[in-house]
Design a protein around this ligand. Structure first.
Ligand code: SAH
Length: 211
C-alpha cells in the first residue's frame, strides 16, 4: 500500500496524516475485498470494480473520508453503501460500533461473509435502502455515505447526534459531485464544509431490495 502517496501526496491534495487512519489502512487487506483484481492492482490508487456496476473507492478517498469522519473509539458509526465491505472494515479498526446498510443483496451477502472470515467483530450489516438510515440504532456520532446523494436524505441528518459529523458526496449521478462534511452543533444547527470534487456511484432507490 502506498501510504506515502496518501500522507504526502505530490499533487496538492489534502494529506491524510491521522495515525489511526493510516494504521487502519495498513491493517485491512484491500485485495481480499476486490476478488477479480490481482493483488498488485488492488493497492493501486484507483477505484476498482466490485461487480453489479459498483466500485470501491481509491485508497486515497477512503483514507480522506475516514480522516474527515474523525471517529473516536467507542463511537457509533453508520455507513451507507457497504459495497465490498472495505470501508466498513477500516471503520471497524477505529471503533467497536459500526452499522452499515447496502441495497444490493449479493453485495450485502458477500460483504457479510468476507467480514466474518476476517473476524471483523462488532460490525452490523443490513440489507435495505440507506435513504432511511438505520433508525433502530440511531443516533450516530458519525455517518459516512459512500454513494452520491442528491439532495441530503433528511432521515440521515435526523439520525446524527448533536456534535456529530457526516461525510457525504452530494450531486447528480455522473456529473459534478462534491464531498461535504456536515457538522451538527449542540443545538442541532448545521455547519457545511465543502472539500473536494469526487465521482461516486449514485445512491439508488431499488424498490425490490426494500425491506
Ligand atoms: N464503501 C464501499 C463502496 C461501495 S460503492 C466499499 O468500500 O466497497 C457504493 C455502494 O453504495 C454500492 O455497493 C451501492 O450498491 C450502494 N448503494 C447505492 N444506493 C444505495 C442505497 N440507497 N442504500 C444503500 N446502499 C446503496
Amino acid at each position: 500500500m502506498e501510504h506515502d502517496l496518501i500522507s504526502n501526496p505530490r499533487d496538492g491534495r489534502e494529506p491524510v496524516r491521522d495515525a489511526r487512519v493510516l494504521q487502519a489502512m495498513r491493517c485491512v487487506p484491500r485485495h481480499l475485498f476486490i476478488p477479480d483484481s490481482s493483488e498488485q492492482d488492488a493497492y493501486a490508487d484507483v477505484p476498482q470494480s466490485i461487480g453489479h456496476g459498483q466500485t470501491i473507492s481509491q485508497p486515497y478517498i477512503v483514507a480522506l473520508m475516514t480522516q474527515l469522519l474523525n471517529v473516536q473509539p467507542g463511537q457509533k458509526v453508520l455507513e451507507i453503501g457497504t459495497g465490498s465491505g472495505y470501508q466498513t472494515a477500516i471503520l471497524a479498526q477505529l471503533t467497536d460500533q459500526v452499522y452499515s446498510v447496502e441495497i444490493i443483496a449479493p453485495l450485502h451477502e458477500q460483504a457479510r461473509q468476507r467480514l466474518q472470515q476476517l473476524n471483523c467483530q462488532h460490525v452490523h450489516l443490513r440489507l435495505g435502502d440507506g435513504h432511511q438510515g438505520w433508525p433502530e440504532h440511531a443516533p450516530y456520532d458519525a455517518i459516512i455515505v459512500t454513494c452520491a446523494a442528491d439532495p441530503l436524505p433528511p432521515p440521515l441528518w435526523q439520525q446524527l447526534k448533536p456534535s456529530g459529523r457526516m461525510v457525504i458526496p452530494l450531486g447528480a449521478a455522473h456529473s459534478a459531485q462534491q464531498l461535504f462534511v456536515f457538522e451538527k452543533d449542540a443545538h442541532g444547527n448545521r455547519r457545511n464544509r465543502e472539500t473536494i470534487p469526487v465521482r461516486f456511484v449514485p445512491m439508488t432507490r431499488d424498490e425490490t431490495s426494500r425491506e
